[in-house]
Ligand binder design. Structure first.
Ligand SMILES: [Zn+2]
Length: 307
């Protein structure tokens, strides 16, 4: 979609004077930069806007230490993906309340690991929830998932297991489950639900902890486009989830690693950090940046909270 914008701007009226030519060149250069780099850098507007205004799409990567939690809000509709470990549940709820969330239209549990589903039971108990997604309705091997599953049942919230290709609107944005499309018996990480979120020409990909092979399958077997502006790196920036092939498929301008400071896994792995540098991808990290809030107006993405 960025390329469409580029083509449109290149077909703008030709200059009629020397000054016009200079202005034309400046505008053309800015247009090129805008089309190639939809990311317009950090802007320090002060604390995050609260409550969130109704304009555009806001995507937050909530700092839950070593774990994942992301919130998307568009025109008052809300999508929460994961909520970190059990101890992070109250932190996630505090964050949601701080940006004016009073109910969650959609909640996604990407997979059964504690650092993703652990805090969700606290979230379910704190807000009315519309639709709750998970890759399965039962998972015996995870105490956290069992707790989550039992809490949902006690609250009368059904767990929906989405098929790849299911799409939902989020205000004027839309999200789609694009994976997993292949088996995951060997690794629970590979059961992670993969979500693509689109708003105008801006796009985000949330990958849970899925490994690079099964993520590639979403494109090569599932036929889904993984070409996005912002990539939530799989598995906290692990080398098992991100390689050159993944960056070639996703072509992000911004990558986000959700990880704890000095975590024992070494996330994000040095190889992934270097790959981001080599590919000109701006890497944001919750361990260093804290909570990260991005705003899309459908054409440009900015970081809108103070770093
Ligand atoms: Zn994880």
């Amino acid at each position: 979609m960025a390329q469409q914008r580029k083509r449109r701007r290149r077909s703008a009226a030709a200059p009629r004077s020397a000054l016009g030519a200079v202005i034309f060149l400046i505008v053309a250069a800015l247009s090129w930069a805008g089309s190639e780099f939809g990311w317009f850098g950090n802007v320090t507007l002060g604390p995050k806007p609260t409550p969130l205004p109704g304009d555009g799409l806001y995507v937050s990567f909530i700092d839950v230490g070593q774990g994942d939690s992301a919130l998307a809000v568009c025109e008052g509709e809300t999508l929460l993906i994961d909520a970190g470990v059990p101890e992070a549940g109250p932190e996630v709820v505090d964050y949601l309340e701080s940006v004016g969330v009073t109910e969650l239209d959609y909640v996604v549990c990407t997979h059964a690991h504690e650092d993703h589903c652990g805090g969700l039971d606290y979230v379910l108990e704190s807000f009315p929830v519309g639709t709750l997604f998970a890759p399965y309705t039962e998972f015996d091997a995870s105490g956290s998932f069992t707790h989550f599953e039992n809490t949902a049942a006690e609250l009368g919230i059904d767990i929906t297991v989405p098929e790849p290709g299911m799409e939902f609107t989020l205000g004027a944005a839309a999200f789609e489950f694009v994976g997993p499309v292949s088996g995951w018996e060997g690794d629970v990480n590979d059961s992670s639900l993969v979500v693509r979120l689109d708003y105008g020409s801006d796009s985000f990909l949330f990958t849970g902890d899925i490994s690079s092979g099964p993520l590639e399958d979403c494109a090569y077997i599932g036929g889904y486009s993984l070409d996005v502006d912002v990539l939530k790196l799989g598995h906290h920036g692990s080398r098992t989830s991100t390689d050159q092939g993944i960056l070639d498929l996703t072509t992000p301008e911004v990558a986000v690693a959700c990880c704890g400071l000095d975590n024992s896994y070494g996330h994000p792995h040095d190889e992934v950090v270097e790959l981001c540098e080599e590919n000109g991808v701006l890497l944001l990290r919750t361990d260093r940046d804290g909570d990260i809030m991005l705003h899309s107006n459908g054409a440009e993405i900015r970081r809108v909270d103070a770093a």
